[in-house]
Design a protein around this ligand. Sequence first.
Ligand SMILES: [Zn+2]
Length: 88
Amino acid sequence: MVPEADFPRHLECPITLGIFHDPMITKCGHTFSSAALFKHIEKQKFCPTCKKSVAFEDIVPNIAIREQVEAFRSKKAAAAKKKLEAMK
Ligand SMILES: [Zn+2]
């Protein structure tokens, strides 16, 4: 995995503590990376953050956060490219 320490805190998954990967939102409004959330729900049917009951059918993709992760990644890629070009 690529270390990504410098991502904005609102894009941090409370389970993995890494940047959201395939973010999903629960009916209580909390967002998690899908793989980590599914693993949690398989064992415990409640939200890892607020402990309200959550089932698989209560989880939908968080498009807004997904777009923010994409935007952050492309911004970072553009910055890295600019840095490389400056070294030429
Ligand atoms: Zn919750």
